[in-house]
Design a protein around this ligand. Sequence first.
Ligand code: AMP
Ligand code: GLY
Length: 428
Amino acid sequence: MNILLLGSGGREHALAWKLGGSPLVDRLYCAPGNAGIARDAELASLDLADHGAVIAFCKERAIDFVVVGPEGPLAAGIVDDLEAAGVGAFGPSKLAARLEGSKGFAKDLCRANAIPTASYERFASADAAKAYARARGAPIVVKADGLAAGKGVVVAMTLAEAEGAIDMMFAGGLGEAGSEVIVEDYLRGEEASLFALCDGESALFLGTAQDHKRVFDGDEGPNTGGMGAYSPAPMMSAETTRRAMEEIVRPTLRAMQAMGAPFKGVLYAGLMITEEGPKLIEYNVRFGDPECQVLMLRLKSDILPALLAARDGMLKTFDLRWSEQAALTVVMAAKGYPGSYAKGSVIEGLDEAASLEGVEIFHAGTRVEGGRIVANGGRVLNVCALGESVAQAQARAYAAVDRIRWPDGFCRRDIGFRAIERERQGAG
Ligand code: AMP
Ligand code: GLY
């Protein structure tokens, strides 16, 4: 088969690496890709917003199946357009992608189907939103309805902060995404992510992960797209996972099907594990980045048949094999990220780092310049490793980080600390 993968980050490099190992693949293309992906796939420079150009490329290269990485093209309906043009594609339709594209839609679906989530209301004006926030009291959470590149959520510890966030969103601080706002109760607990492959009707559990969103050690500093992750999440017991699948994921699939928008693709449930059990924080309609990287390291089976089965509605009897090992990834970012940062600095030592036992390096934001790898984004590399424990995976990943010569980059030195603490307690 000829496959086209869409996207350019570490998530897509991990998918390209996994797809590249499939005996079913004749040719693998990626658009637009990055310098690391170029080792596993042929890069195509396509504008993903131009669905016509993507379809034309598929016809020209006899693409049998398109795998969509990021949420933007999904929310813009690229799967609908590809399928209408006769090209099979992995990912949700535009209607189904509203689970991520509209937080209000996802919350209303939870309410209508008794799916556990924080109590909330939706607002179209600042005054009503503020009155509700005052009535509920702080801490309280303010969310923009639409896609806001990770900036749409303000966890307000005080009412003043909540009111500031409401004003910012209604003043257009997040563009169209903030024209509607959700105010919801603050949930207490530990966060974990759960991934399920869905075919519209059935859900196949893929795994759990936890990430570190803050830029500095100790989970301090501003939010980022994710500075590291590990899988599985040790705090997700078999029972908590079962409850999350039965109380959250499966009712969501039934509800989407009932409204004529069956969900196909990866459903990524961001969960708060509270004293009452798992509650949904938010849905994403794609693999997480960098969570995908650690899932792909643990996946033993060929991923392509699973993605095809999801698209064809054939997951019911499907199974995947997973490594018992833990996987961990450290994100190396350009100095200054998530604020402003420079592009173009040279990165060396990657081959040596990648040759260490259990280590795999995925590129997130790189390009080739004069035969050398240079930084081309905020998050630049994902240094990943498998290990018998999270502690071993972490030690291997940092040993690899230390072989990489990139003076203009930085990373957190404590990825996985909570899981490692738990492992120590379990052993002691
Ligand atoms: P997001 O940017 O949508 O991934 O969400 C950002 C973060 O906000 C989540 O990962 C949580 O840490 C936090 N968050 C969102 N909603 C709530 C909530 N209701 N209670 C507590 N924390 C929340
Ligand atoms: N790592 C968070 C995300 O992919 O949304």
